[in-house]
Ligand binder design. Structure first.
Ligand code: NAP
Length: 316
């Protein structure tokens, strides 16, 4: 089996990896497409080491790829051979999806939306799910909530904007230059260009501030929270002390970590896509052999949504 192997902070393709065998509760999936995430770049740089330690991570040759679409190869309890699925591996442990086959617990995937292809399906699962868990379970979003999404044009942000609008929130999106019309078309009510406007100087308050940039500190942003508002950073491990301080204040910091199988929520995401209320957004798609270009693109400014890697039909 082929896969992208991480060794000494650098990546290479290997063709002779052992194909995994499903354990009880898992199925084998032939991966058609996977995404390349900022999270993968952080993994290469060693930034997710603490999370992996907490998860009791064994070392696998393939350490990148946290979303996929593909076809089930073995019968499970819910899924059968031939089913078209999309999903996400556990962030803290186990195999990742930049490889030809993955074994995965059935709760970590759902049936693909019937109206989109494998490429679009691979752009969705964890980005949409993290946005849904952040906004709904942690942020308690409701109709009319005032929501600020910082980093709204990226891989998570494009789904956070759309999902906040599904709940009827009033959404302010913070994006870079040239992204205003794009993010408005996804539903944002107001748009702020972060190159022109400093967040701390805004005169509004928000019930939820969702930070997908990993650059914002609670101490700097809390002035923008409403009385019982919540700040939800995408990387909670940078904000542990602020989370622990929640007991002493009304303004809170959310601990967002998608760390379990969420089949019902992923199924709801499929339904939204089928109804046309949630749109997958692909920035660019790369052939497997061009994976390095895909990783390089992840580091660039000006992306719109997810970067996709075609895993199937690979030839070197
Ligand atoms: N907690 C969880 O369960 C979980 C799950 C998955 C991912 N994550 C984390 O979520 C984070 C975001 O992931 P992603 O895939 O959305 O990353 P991404 O695609 O790189 O998006 C980040 C966005 O932030 C924008 N940005 C950069 N600097 C900014 C600034 N000063 N002000 C406002 N916006 C700024 C970027 O815009 P430009 O194009 O202008 O640079 C980009 O659109 C990552 O750290 C990832 O590890 C968390």
């Amino acid at each position: 089996m082929k896969g992208i192997v991480l060794r000494n902070k650098s990546l290479s393709i290997q063709n002779n990896l052992e194909r995994p065998s499903p354990k009880r509760g898992e199925v084998l999936v032939k991966v058609k497409y996977a995404s390349i995430n900022s999270y993968d770049v952080e993994t290469i740089e060693g930034q997710n080491a603490l999370l992996k330690k907490l998860g009791g991570e064994k070392t696998y040759p393939v350490m990148t790829g946290i979303e996929f679409s593909g076809v089930v190869q073995s019968d499970g309890l819910r899924f059968k051979k031939g089913d078209e699925v999309y999903g996400y591996p556990d962030l803290a442990k186990g195999q990742k999806s930049h490889q030809e086959y993955i074994t995965i617990k059935e709760d970590y995937m759902a049936f693909m939306p019937t109206n989109i292809d494998f490429a679009k399906s691979a752009s969705l699962p964890l980005g949409a799910l993290t946005s849904l868990v952040g906004l709904k379970d942690i942020g308690k979003i409701k109709k009319g909530s005032k929501v600020l999404i910082n980093g709204a044009a990226g891989g998570l942000g494009v789904y956070a904007v759309q999902i906040a609008k599904i709940w009827g929130a009033d959404v302010t999106a913070v994006v870079g230059p040239g992204q205003e019309a794009f993010i408005k078309a996804l539903g944002a009510d107001k748009v702020i260009n972060y190159k022109e406007q400093k967040l701390q100087e805004l005169s509004y308050t928000y019930d939820i501030i969702f930070d997908l940039t990993t650059k914002v500190k609670f101490s700097a942003i809390k002035v923008l929270l409403s009385e019982k508002g919540i700040f939800i950073p995408a990387n909670p491990f940078n904000h542990i002390f602020a989370v622990l301080g929640n007991v002493f204040r009304r303004k809170k910091v959310g601990f967002l970590m998608v760390a379990r199988g969420e089949y019902p929520k992923l199924t709801e995401i499929s339904r939204w896509v089928e109804q046309g209320t949630l749109m997958p957004v692909i920035d660019r798609s790369y052939e497997f052999k061009d994976y390095q270009q895909g990783f390089d693109r992840t580091l660039e400014s000006g992306k719109r949504g997810r970067i996709i890697l075609k895993i199937e039909d690979y030839s070197s």
